[in-house]
Design a binder for this molecule. Structure first.
Ligand code: ZN
Length: 434
Protein backbone atom coordinates (compact mmCIF):
# COMPACT_ATOMS: atom_id res chain seq x y z
CA UNK A 1 0.00 0.00 0.00
CA UNK A 2 1.27 3.43 -0.93
CA UNK A 3 1.53 5.70 2.13
CA UNK A 4 1.61 9.23 0.94
CA UNK A 5 2.95 10.65 4.17
CA UNK A 6 5.44 8.07 5.31
CA UNK A 7 8.53 9.11 3.41
CA UNK A 8 9.49 10.92 6.61
CA UNK A 9 12.33 9.47 8.63
CA UNK A 10 12.07 9.31 12.38
CA UNK A 11 8.41 10.17 12.63
CA UNK A 12 8.01 7.61 15.44
CA UNK A 13 10.92 9.14 17.37
CA UNK A 14 9.58 12.66 16.85
CA UNK A 15 6.13 11.65 18.07
CA UNK A 16 7.66 9.97 21.11
CA UNK A 17 9.74 13.08 21.87
CA UNK A 18 6.63 15.27 21.83
CA UNK A 19 4.94 12.73 24.09
CA UNK A 20 7.85 12.95 26.53
CA UNK A 21 7.48 16.75 26.65
CA UNK A 22 3.74 16.55 27.30
CA UNK A 23 3.92 13.64 29.75
CA UNK A 24 4.62 15.60 32.98
CA UNK A 25 1.72 18.06 32.50
CA UNK A 26 -1.22 17.51 34.85
CA UNK A 27 -4.17 17.61 32.47
CA UNK A 28 -7.84 17.27 33.23
CA UNK A 29 -11.04 18.15 31.34
CA UNK A 30 -10.43 21.85 32.11
CA UNK A 31 -7.69 24.03 33.53
CA UNK A 32 -4.12 25.14 32.99
CA UNK A 33 -2.87 21.64 32.06
CA UNK A 34 -5.12 21.60 28.98
CA UNK A 35 -4.02 25.11 27.99
CA UNK A 36 -0.32 24.30 28.42
CA UNK A 37 -0.78 21.18 26.29
CA UNK A 38 -2.60 23.08 23.52
CA UNK A 39 0.06 25.79 23.60
CA UNK A 40 2.77 23.20 23.00
CA UNK A 41 0.83 21.63 20.09
CA UNK A 42 0.26 25.14 18.70
CA UNK A 43 4.03 25.52 18.34
CA UNK A 44 4.01 22.64 15.84
CA UNK A 45 0.77 23.10 13.87
CA UNK A 46 -1.66 26.03 13.40
CA UNK A 47 -4.09 25.67 16.28
CA UNK A 48 -7.10 27.76 17.17
CA UNK A 49 -7.79 27.51 20.89
CA UNK A 50 -11.44 27.89 21.83
CA UNK A 51 -12.73 28.77 25.26
CA UNK A 52 -16.25 28.10 26.44
CA UNK A 53 -17.29 29.62 29.79
CA UNK A 54 -18.33 27.58 32.84
CA UNK A 55 -22.10 27.28 33.00
CA UNK A 56 -22.63 27.20 29.21
CA UNK A 57 -25.32 24.71 28.27
CA UNK A 58 -24.22 22.19 25.64
CA UNK A 59 -27.12 19.89 24.77
CA UNK A 60 -28.00 18.14 28.05
CA UNK A 61 -24.72 19.10 29.75
CA UNK A 62 -23.31 22.18 31.47
CA UNK A 63 -19.66 23.26 31.13
CA UNK A 64 -18.23 22.51 34.60
CA UNK A 65 -16.09 24.71 36.80
CA UNK A 66 -12.42 24.84 35.95
CA UNK A 67 -10.08 22.60 37.96
CA UNK A 68 -6.53 23.60 38.80
CA UNK A 69 -4.01 22.11 41.19
CA UNK A 70 -0.73 23.39 42.63
CA UNK A 71 0.34 20.80 45.17
CA UNK A 72 -0.75 17.80 47.21
CA UNK A 73 0.72 15.44 49.77
CA UNK A 74 0.07 13.06 52.65
CA UNK A 75 2.37 13.34 55.68
CA UNK A 76 2.52 11.12 58.77
CA UNK A 77 2.55 12.40 62.38
CA UNK A 78 6.37 12.64 62.26
CA UNK A 79 6.09 15.08 59.35
CA UNK A 80 7.47 12.53 56.85
CA UNK A 81 6.02 12.75 53.34
CA UNK A 82 4.21 9.51 52.51
CA UNK A 83 2.91 10.63 49.11
CA UNK A 84 3.83 13.62 46.97
CA UNK A 85 1.95 15.04 43.95
CA UNK A 86 5.32 16.19 42.57
CA UNK A 87 6.37 12.53 42.15
CA UNK A 88 3.35 11.70 39.96
CA UNK A 89 0.30 13.74 39.07
CA UNK A 90 -1.69 10.48 39.13
CA UNK A 91 -1.40 10.58 42.94
CA UNK A 92 -4.36 12.95 43.19
CA UNK A 93 -7.91 11.96 42.27
CA UNK A 94 -8.39 14.05 39.12
CA UNK A 95 -10.87 16.89 39.84
CA UNK A 96 -10.45 16.36 43.60
CA UNK A 97 -11.83 19.15 45.78
CA UNK A 98 -9.28 20.84 48.08
CA UNK A 99 -8.59 19.41 51.51
CA UNK A 100 -6.31 20.40 54.39
CA UNK A 101 -6.77 18.45 57.63
CA UNK A 102 -5.51 15.75 59.97
CA UNK A 103 -7.25 12.38 59.66
CA UNK A 104 -6.82 8.94 61.20
CA UNK A 105 -5.88 5.99 58.99
CA UNK A 106 -9.46 4.76 59.28
CA UNK A 107 -10.78 8.10 58.03
CA UNK A 108 -8.17 8.22 55.27
CA UNK A 109 -8.77 4.74 53.81
CA UNK A 110 -12.06 5.47 51.93
CA UNK A 111 -10.22 8.27 50.10
CA UNK A 112 -7.42 6.01 48.81
CA UNK A 113 -7.39 4.13 45.50
CA UNK A 114 -5.01 1.26 44.64
CA UNK A 115 -4.70 -1.76 42.31
CA UNK A 116 -4.05 -4.85 44.49
CA UNK A 117 -3.29 -7.04 41.40
CA UNK A 118 -0.46 -4.69 40.38
CA UNK A 119 1.01 -3.57 43.71
CA UNK A 120 3.66 -1.26 42.15
CA UNK A 121 1.33 0.73 39.90
CA UNK A 122 -0.63 3.90 40.69
CA UNK A 123 -4.16 3.89 39.32
CA UNK A 124 -5.74 6.83 37.48
CA UNK A 125 -9.11 7.86 38.87
CA UNK A 126 -11.33 10.87 38.24
CA UNK A 127 -14.31 12.43 39.92
CA UNK A 128 -15.51 15.09 37.49
CA UNK A 129 -19.13 15.39 38.45
CA UNK A 130 -19.06 14.17 42.06
CA UNK A 131 -17.33 16.43 44.61
CA UNK A 132 -14.80 14.24 46.41
CA UNK A 133 -11.23 14.37 47.58
CA UNK A 134 -8.88 11.45 47.19
CA UNK A 135 -5.43 10.05 46.50
CA UNK A 136 -4.21 7.25 44.24
CA UNK A 137 -1.18 5.21 45.29
CA UNK A 138 0.56 1.90 44.76
CA UNK A 139 -0.85 -0.98 46.76
CA UNK A 140 2.63 -1.43 48.28
CA UNK A 141 2.49 2.12 49.66
CA UNK A 142 -1.03 1.48 50.91
CA UNK A 143 -0.25 -1.69 52.90
CA UNK A 144 2.77 0.01 54.48
CA UNK A 145 0.59 2.71 56.06
CA UNK A 146 0.78 2.54 59.86
CA UNK A 147 -1.96 3.29 62.30
CA UNK A 148 -1.27 7.00 62.63
CA UNK A 149 -2.67 10.49 62.14
CA UNK A 150 -2.05 11.86 58.69
CA UNK A 151 -1.94 15.39 57.32
CA UNK A 152 -3.82 15.37 54.02
CA UNK A 153 -3.34 18.39 51.78
CA UNK A 154 -4.66 19.03 48.28
CA UNK A 155 -4.15 22.58 47.02
CA UNK A 156 -6.69 22.44 44.20
CA UNK A 157 -9.39 24.88 43.12
CA UNK A 158 -12.73 24.56 41.39
CA UNK A 159 -13.73 27.96 40.05
CA UNK A 160 -15.70 29.49 37.20
CA UNK A 161 -13.44 29.58 34.16
CA UNK A 162 -13.43 27.92 30.76
CA UNK A 163 -13.38 24.67 28.92
CA UNK A 164 -10.69 24.81 26.25
CA UNK A 165 -10.20 22.81 23.10
CA UNK A 166 -7.98 23.13 20.05
CA UNK A 167 -8.90 23.00 16.38
CA UNK A 168 -6.50 22.71 13.46
CA UNK A 169 -7.86 23.12 9.94
CA UNK A 170 -5.78 22.08 6.94
CA UNK A 171 -7.50 23.33 3.78
CA UNK A 172 -7.86 21.11 0.72
CA UNK A 173 -9.43 21.57 -2.73
CA UNK A 174 -12.94 21.02 -1.42
CA UNK A 175 -14.76 22.12 1.70
CA UNK A 176 -15.70 18.53 2.40
CA UNK A 177 -14.00 17.43 5.56
CA UNK A 178 -12.16 14.57 7.16
CA UNK A 179 -12.37 14.76 10.95
CA UNK A 180 -9.60 13.43 13.18
CA UNK A 181 -10.47 13.68 16.86
CA UNK A 182 -8.37 12.99 19.93
CA UNK A 183 -8.86 13.65 23.62
CA UNK A 184 -6.42 15.68 25.67
CA UNK A 185 -7.71 15.32 29.21
CA UNK A 186 -5.55 12.58 30.74
CA UNK A 187 -2.56 13.52 32.92
CA UNK A 188 0.66 11.45 32.76
CA UNK A 189 -0.69 8.60 30.64
CA UNK A 190 0.82 7.71 27.28
CA UNK A 191 -1.13 5.18 25.25
CA UNK A 192 -4.46 6.52 26.50
CA UNK A 193 -4.19 9.35 25.61
CA UNK A 194 -0.96 11.06 24.51
CA UNK A 195 -0.45 8.62 21.61
CA UNK A 196 -3.59 9.87 19.82
CA UNK A 197 -2.61 13.45 20.50
CA UNK A 198 0.91 13.15 19.03
CA UNK A 199 -0.33 11.11 16.07
CA UNK A 200 -2.92 13.80 15.25
CA UNK A 201 -0.30 16.53 15.60
CA UNK A 202 2.14 14.86 13.23
CA UNK A 203 -0.54 13.93 10.70
CA UNK A 204 -1.59 17.60 10.60
CA UNK A 205 2.02 18.72 10.33
CA UNK A 206 2.70 16.48 7.32
CA UNK A 207 -0.67 16.97 5.59
CA UNK A 208 -0.02 20.70 5.63
CA UNK A 209 2.93 20.18 3.28
CA UNK A 210 1.08 18.41 0.43
CA UNK A 211 -1.81 19.24 -1.93
CA UNK A 212 -5.06 17.75 -0.63
CA UNK A 213 -8.51 17.02 -1.95
CA UNK A 214 -10.26 17.13 1.42
CA UNK A 215 -10.15 19.73 4.14
CA UNK A 216 -8.94 18.22 7.41
CA UNK A 217 -10.29 19.17 10.81
CA UNK A 218 -8.23 18.01 13.78
CA UNK A 219 -9.92 18.31 17.17
CA UNK A 220 -7.94 18.26 20.42
CA UNK A 221 -10.68 18.06 23.02
CA UNK A 222 -11.37 16.84 26.55
CA UNK A 223 -13.15 13.48 26.29
CA UNK A 224 -16.96 13.40 26.27
CA UNK A 225 -17.66 16.99 27.39
CA UNK A 226 -15.32 18.26 24.65
CA UNK A 227 -16.99 16.46 21.75
CA UNK A 228 -20.43 17.31 23.14
CA UNK A 229 -19.37 20.97 23.32
CA UNK A 230 -17.87 20.98 19.82
CA UNK A 231 -20.94 19.30 18.31
CA UNK A 232 -23.21 21.73 20.12
CA UNK A 233 -21.28 24.77 18.80
CA UNK A 234 -20.86 23.47 15.24
CA UNK A 235 -24.15 21.81 14.47
CA UNK A 236 -24.70 23.84 11.28
CA UNK A 237 -21.45 22.65 9.65
CA UNK A 238 -21.65 19.00 10.58
CA UNK A 239 -22.81 17.95 7.11
CA UNK A 240 -19.37 18.86 5.72
CA UNK A 241 -17.86 15.88 7.55
CA UNK A 242 -17.51 13.05 5.05
CA UNK A 243 -15.25 10.73 7.04
CA UNK A 244 -13.85 10.68 10.54
CA UNK A 245 -11.61 8.80 12.93
CA UNK A 246 -11.09 8.93 16.67
CA UNK A 247 -7.37 8.46 17.36
CA UNK A 248 -6.38 6.75 20.61
CA UNK A 249 -4.26 3.87 21.98
CA UNK A 250 -1.75 4.01 19.12
CA UNK A 251 1.61 3.35 20.78
CA UNK A 252 1.35 -0.11 22.35
CA UNK A 253 2.64 -3.31 20.78
CA UNK A 254 -0.79 -4.86 20.26
CA UNK A 255 -2.50 -5.53 16.95
CA UNK A 256 -4.64 -2.86 15.30
CA UNK A 257 -8.32 -2.65 16.18
CA UNK A 258 -10.88 -0.84 14.10
CA UNK A 259 -14.19 -0.06 15.73
CA UNK A 260 -16.67 0.62 12.97
CA UNK A 261 -18.93 3.65 12.75
CA UNK A 262 -22.51 3.24 13.94
CA UNK A 263 -23.67 2.85 10.34
CA UNK A 264 -20.95 0.22 9.88
CA UNK A 265 -20.68 0.29 6.07
CA UNK A 266 -19.57 3.82 5.23
CA UNK A 267 -16.55 4.71 3.09
CA UNK A 268 -14.34 5.24 6.16
CA UNK A 269 -15.25 1.75 7.39
CA UNK A 270 -14.45 0.28 3.96
CA UNK A 271 -11.22 2.26 3.67
CA UNK A 272 -9.84 1.25 7.08
CA UNK A 273 -10.77 -2.41 6.61
CA UNK A 274 -9.16 -2.39 3.15
CA UNK A 275 -5.92 -0.90 4.46
CA UNK A 276 -5.70 -3.28 7.42
CA UNK A 277 -6.41 -6.31 5.23
CA UNK A 278 -3.70 -5.30 2.75
CA UNK A 279 -1.10 -4.44 5.40
CA UNK A 280 1.37 -6.78 7.03
CA UNK A 281 0.11 -5.81 10.50
CA UNK A 282 -2.27 -7.97 12.54
CA UNK A 283 -5.71 -6.50 13.03
CA UNK A 284 -9.25 -7.07 14.17
CA UNK A 285 -12.51 -5.36 13.24
CA UNK A 286 -15.18 -4.78 15.85
CA UNK A 287 -18.69 -3.45 15.53
CA UNK A 288 -19.80 -0.13 16.97
CA UNK A 289 -20.88 -0.13 20.61
CA UNK A 290 -22.08 2.93 22.53
CA UNK A 291 -19.22 3.27 25.03
CA UNK A 292 -15.52 3.90 24.55
CA UNK A 293 -14.30 7.29 23.31
CA UNK A 294 -15.78 10.30 21.50
CA UNK A 295 -17.17 8.18 18.66
CA UNK A 296 -20.10 7.77 21.08
CA UNK A 297 -20.99 11.44 20.59
CA UNK A 298 -20.21 11.66 16.84
CA UNK A 299 -22.29 8.51 16.35
CA UNK A 300 -25.19 9.55 18.58
CA UNK A 301 -28.41 9.12 16.57
CA UNK A 302 -28.95 12.85 16.04
CA UNK A 303 -25.60 13.05 14.18
CA UNK A 304 -24.79 9.46 13.18
CA UNK A 305 -21.59 10.62 11.50
CA UNK A 306 -19.32 8.28 9.54
CA UNK A 307 -16.73 8.22 12.33
CA UNK A 308 -14.92 5.09 13.49
CA UNK A 309 -12.18 4.55 16.04
CA UNK A 310 -8.82 3.31 14.76
CA UNK A 311 -6.55 2.14 17.57
CA UNK A 312 -4.22 -0.68 18.57
CA UNK A 313 -5.33 -2.36 21.82
CA UNK A 314 -8.75 -1.06 22.93
CA UNK A 315 -9.29 0.64 26.29
CA UNK A 316 -9.40 -1.70 29.25
CA UNK A 317 -7.86 -4.57 27.27
CA UNK A 318 -4.29 -4.03 28.47
CA UNK A 319 -3.37 -4.15 32.16
CA UNK A 320 -1.41 -0.88 32.00
CA UNK A 321 -4.57 1.00 30.94
CA UNK A 322 -5.36 3.92 33.30
CA UNK A 323 -2.33 3.22 35.49
CA UNK A 324 1.14 4.65 35.99
CA UNK A 325 2.45 1.73 33.89
CA UNK A 326 0.98 3.38 30.77
CA UNK A 327 4.18 5.40 30.59
CA UNK A 328 6.97 6.38 28.22
CA UNK A 329 8.44 2.86 28.30
CA UNK A 330 5.13 1.20 27.49
CA UNK A 331 4.69 3.25 24.30
CA UNK A 332 7.43 2.75 21.70
CA UNK A 333 8.46 4.91 18.71
CA UNK A 334 8.24 1.94 16.32
CA UNK A 335 4.56 1.32 17.18
CA UNK A 336 3.74 5.01 16.88
CA UNK A 337 5.45 5.05 13.47
CA UNK A 338 3.46 2.00 12.36
CA UNK A 339 0.22 3.68 13.48
CA UNK A 340 1.21 6.80 11.55
CA UNK A 341 1.69 4.67 8.42
CA UNK A 342 -1.68 2.98 8.77
CA UNK A 343 -3.45 6.33 9.25
CA UNK A 344 -1.58 7.75 6.29
CA UNK A 345 -2.63 4.78 4.12
CA UNK A 346 -6.26 5.27 5.10
CA UNK A 347 -6.06 8.96 4.16
CA UNK A 348 -4.40 8.00 0.86
CA UNK A 349 -7.41 5.78 0.05
CA UNK A 350 -9.93 8.50 0.95
CA UNK A 351 -8.01 11.13 -1.05
CA UNK A 352 -7.79 8.94 -4.15
CA UNK A 353 -11.03 7.00 -4.20
CA UNK A 354 -13.43 7.75 -7.04
CA UNK A 355 -15.72 6.22 -9.63
CA UNK A 356 -14.26 5.88 -13.13
CA UNK A 357 -16.16 4.78 -16.23
CA UNK A 358 -14.73 2.47 -18.87
CA UNK A 359 -15.10 3.84 -22.42
CA UNK A 360 -15.84 0.32 -23.67
CA UNK A 361 -18.80 -1.07 -21.80
CA UNK A 362 -19.63 -3.69 -24.42
CA UNK A 363 -16.87 -6.32 -24.46
CA UNK A 364 -13.22 -5.74 -23.65
CA UNK A 365 -11.34 -3.08 -25.59
CA UNK A 366 -8.52 -4.28 -27.84
CA UNK A 367 -5.62 -3.46 -25.59
CA UNK A 368 -2.73 -4.35 -27.89
CA UNK A 369 -3.36 -1.55 -30.35
CA UNK A 370 -3.35 1.05 -27.58
CA UNK A 371 0.09 0.23 -26.22
CA UNK A 372 -1.30 -0.91 -22.87
CA UNK A 373 0.80 -4.07 -22.66
CA UNK A 374 4.01 -2.10 -23.16
CA UNK A 375 3.03 0.01 -20.15
CA UNK A 376 3.05 -2.98 -17.82
CA UNK A 377 5.61 -5.26 -19.51
CA UNK A 378 8.67 -3.87 -17.73
CA UNK A 379 7.33 -4.47 -14.22
CA UNK A 380 8.30 -7.51 -12.20
CA UNK A 381 4.65 -7.92 -11.18
CA UNK A 382 3.32 -7.50 -14.73
CA UNK A 383 0.87 -10.40 -14.31
CA UNK A 384 -0.72 -8.80 -11.25
CA UNK A 385 -0.83 -5.48 -13.10
CA UNK A 386 -2.60 -7.14 -16.01
CA UNK A 387 -5.11 -8.66 -13.62
CA UNK A 388 -5.66 -5.25 -12.02
CA UNK A 389 -6.29 -3.78 -15.46
CA UNK A 390 -9.01 -6.33 -16.25
CA UNK A 391 -10.66 -5.72 -12.87
CA UNK A 392 -10.63 -1.95 -13.30
CA UNK A 393 -11.99 -2.13 -16.87
CA UNK A 394 -14.72 -4.57 -15.92
CA UNK A 395 -15.93 -2.87 -12.73
CA UNK A 396 -15.68 0.72 -13.98
CA UNK A 397 -19.34 0.74 -14.92
CA UNK A 398 -20.23 3.89 -12.99
CA UNK A 399 -21.42 1.97 -9.93
CA UNK A 400 -18.11 0.87 -8.41
CA UNK A 401 -15.45 3.00 -6.78
CA UNK A 402 -11.77 2.12 -6.87
CA UNK A 403 -12.16 1.00 -3.26
CA UNK A 404 -14.94 -1.40 -4.33
CA UNK A 405 -12.64 -2.75 -7.05
CA UNK A 406 -9.77 -3.19 -4.60
CA UNK A 407 -12.06 -4.99 -2.15
CA UNK A 408 -13.62 -7.26 -4.77
CA UNK A 409 -10.35 -8.13 -6.51
CA UNK A 410 -8.32 -8.44 -3.32
CA UNK A 411 -5.67 -6.26 -4.99
CA UNK A 412 -3.97 -3.41 -3.18
CA UNK A 413 -5.74 -0.04 -3.49
CA UNK A 414 -2.65 1.80 -4.71
CA UNK A 415 -2.20 -0.75 -7.54
CA UNK A 416 -5.83 -0.25 -8.55
CA UNK A 417 -5.37 3.53 -8.45
CA UNK A 418 -2.13 3.41 -10.53
CA UNK A 419 -3.87 1.13 -13.03
CA UNK A 420 -6.82 3.51 -13.34
CA UNK A 421 -4.43 6.42 -13.95
CA UNK A 422 -2.68 4.45 -16.67
CA UNK A 423 -5.99 3.52 -18.34
CA UNK A 424 -7.10 7.17 -18.31
CA UNK A 425 -3.87 8.10 -20.12
CA UNK A 426 -4.61 5.42 -22.71
CA UNK A 427 -8.13 6.86 -23.25
CA UNK A 428 -9.76 3.70 -21.91
CA UNK A 429 -11.31 5.25 -18.82
CA UNK A 430 -12.96 8.61 -18.24
CA UNK A 431 -11.75 10.92 -15.49
CA UNK A 432 -13.21 10.00 -12.11
CA UNK A 433 -16.35 11.32 -10.57
CA UNK A 434 -15.25 11.80 -6.96
ZN1 ZN B 1 -8.99 7.04 29.32
Amino acid sequence: MKRFLDNKDNVGEEMWQLMAELYPICRSITGAGVRDTLKKIGEIIPLKIAEVPTGTKVFDWIIPREWNIKDAYIKNSRGETILDFNDSNLHVLNYSVPVNKIVSLEELRPHLYTIPEHPDWIPYHTSYYDEKWGFCLSHKQFVALEDDDYAVFIDSSLKDGHLNFGECIIRGETQEEILISCHICHPSLCNDNLSGLVLSTFLAKHLKQIPLRFTYRFLFIPATIGSITWLSLNESNISLIQHGLVAVNLGDSGKFTYKKSRKGNTEIDQAVMNVLKNSVVDSQIIDFFPYGYDERQYCSPGFDLPVGCLMRTPHGRYPEYHTSADNLEFVKPQYLAESFSIYSSVLYVLENNGTYVSCNQKCEPQLGKRGVYQQIAGHSDSQTRQLAMFWVLNLSDGDHTLLDISNRSGLDFSLIKDTADMLVKCDLLTEPVK
